[in-house]
Design a protein around this ligand. Structure first.
Ligand code: NDP
Length: 468
């Protein structure tokens, strides 16, 4: 089995102990992860701080080229990383799975290379000149989750490095191995210390987020943990980007053809087996077409093969971990007990791995835990409505505000409704699609700050205003 190591100051670093990473498709081992300690975190931060002293002054061209080089080596190692990702995360190699995620990593890295933050001139006359410069912040801590571990790491790493910062990544202990290997690969094209990675027990995250030499924390994960990160960042007023949970609603207007929208709605909800922050988690369907939409969804979902991520025939995989599996099962059982009707799935199959079946739950209502809480799994509750304004009010009656969608043939009506959503992103006749130039982030308790594009890049900088 491969020996995985942390990367600190460009060097492979082992820990005195390791912990087992579970393959969620089999319940067996995906590999051993180094169980680093606070000293490793401190060493990684010290290396990043030392590297920052020169990286911050590198030319824009050099930093842009570094992102381009990262995209290139990600491409060269894409299949190796995809297999590793699939083994520890569970997502299938094909379809919208591990190879797709690696493609996203390359696309975001190369797109970030092309972003520019030119000096802005706000005044230039005989009284003087005022320029706005964008400066890097320092050492950035990147804390990543287990659902899209490599893509989210690149979303943090590429803009941080492009803007002149250095980075310490801490992946989720559920999926650390692919990140360890990816950082090792990226280090072949970066100066030592610019990008470091540490792994270990839960205690190392707070060491990172409270360390005085961390200038910014970029975190993707649960709202609950995001609040802890924010609290521990206060002591030194760290900059923060928090991309947290969502409970995205979709509203289907009565003019749609149920069979025509079933595929789009399915993928909006079930991509990555529903383990995506901005996927559809509540589906509001007009009473006139409710039964037909439910039937069309069940018909489409029933044909999707679910299996071991490494099996090329699998289109969707297992739930990633036991904690999440139990959460999904409990929410469906609670909905059943509250009177909802399970149209597909809902029963845990025999066998190994954390396989929860694709599940569609009809007669779900607001107030059920499955509707009010983020299920983060392969389950979609379908809720009936009759009044469109009321549906928007219910969609917005959430402490979350990451994404939302409207489904209709009437683009003007859909747009009018979409703009009433209290969410950072809203889609029409789709859900969850992202673009490296389109700002992405949450409102309310779905997060703080923006990722992607020039707006996302700016979050890794501080303004310095020059009066001359
Ligand atoms: P967490 O938010 O707890 O973990 C995400 C990352 O944060 C991990 O790397 C974790 O590592 C780290 N972390 C946890 N606590 C701290 C802390 N106090 N300081 C610094 N870092 C910390 O997600 P979970 O894995 O526990 O999943 C819980 C729920 O979060 C899921 O059920 C799902 O609803 C949601 N979720 C949302 C995601 C999203 O993309 N928005 C992604 C994943 C989950 P460690 O555990 O070692 O501390």
């Amino acid at each position: 089995m491969t020996d995985f190591t942390m990367t600190i100051d460009g060097n492979p670093v082992s820990a005195t102990g390791t912990f087992d990473v579970i393959n969620p498709s089999t319940g067996g081992s995906a590999g051993q992860c180094p169980s680093g300690a606070a000293e490793d975190v401190n060493a990684a931060i010290a290396a990043a701080k030392a590297a920052f002293a020169s990286w911050r002054w590198e030319s824009d061209h050099t930093r842009s080229q570094a992102c381009r080089d990262m995209a290139r080596v990600l491409g060269e190692h894409a299949e190796e990383l995809a297999v590793l990702l699939s083994t520890e995360q569970g997502k299938p190699l094909g379809g919208l799975g591990a190879r797709f995620e690696l493609g996203g990593c390359q696309a975001w890295a190369s797109n970030t290379a092309d972003l520019e933050l030119p000096v802005e001139v706000v005044k230039d006359d005989n009284e003087g000149r005022i320029e706005i410069h964008r400066k890097p912040l320092g050492v950035v801590a990147s804390i990543t989750p287990w659902n899209w571990p490599l893509m989210i790491a690149i979303w943090h790493i590429a803009p941080a490095i492009r803007a002149g910062n250095t980075v310490v990544v801490k992946p989720s202990p559920y999926t650390p191995l692919s990140t360890l290997r990816m950082v090792e690969i990226l280090n072949t094209v970066l100066p030592a210390g610019v990008l470091n990675v540490v792994t270990g027990p839960d205690s190392i995250g707070p060491v990172l987020t409270s360390h005085p030499d961390i200038a910014k924390v970029t975190f993707t994960g649960s709202t609950e943990t995001g609040k802890k990160v924010m609290a521990s960042a206060t002591n030194t007023l760290k900059r923060l980007t928090l991309e947290l949970g969502g409970n995205d609603a979709a509203i289907v207007l009565p003019d749609v053809e149920p069979a025509a929208v079933a595929e789009g709605i399915f993928w909006g909800a079930f991509i990555n087996s529903g383990q995506t922050c901005a996927c559809m988690k509540r589906l509001y369907v007009h009473d006139d077409i409710y039964d037909d939409v439910c039937s069309a969804l069940v018909e489409f979902a029933a044909k999707i093969p679910v299996g071991d991520g490494l099996d090329e025939d699998s289109v969707l995989g297992p739930v990633q971990n036991a904690m999440q599996f139990a959460k999904v099962r409990d929410l469906v059982n609670d909905a059943k007990a509250s009177g909802a009707r399970v149209l597909l799935g809902g029963e845990v199959p025999e066998g190994n791995g954390y396989f929860y079946p694709l599940t569609i739950v009809a007669d779900a209502t607001d107030g059920m835990r499955l509707v009010d809480e983020e299920q983060f799994g392969p389950v979609l509750p379908v809720i009936r409505y009759t009044d469109i304004e009321d549906a928007v009010t219910r969609a917005n009656a959430s402490s979350m505000g990451l994404g939302g969608s409207v489904w209709s043939k009437d683009m003007d009506a859909a747009k009018k409704l979409a703009l009433q959503f209290e969410s950072g992103t809203v889609w029409i006749n789709g859900h969850g699609g992202l673009n490296p130039n389109a700002p992405f982030g949450g409102v309310k308790q779905s997060g703080i700050g923006t990722e992607f594009g020039v707006d996302g890049l700016k979050e890794f900088t501080a303004i310095q205003t020059l009066h001359a």
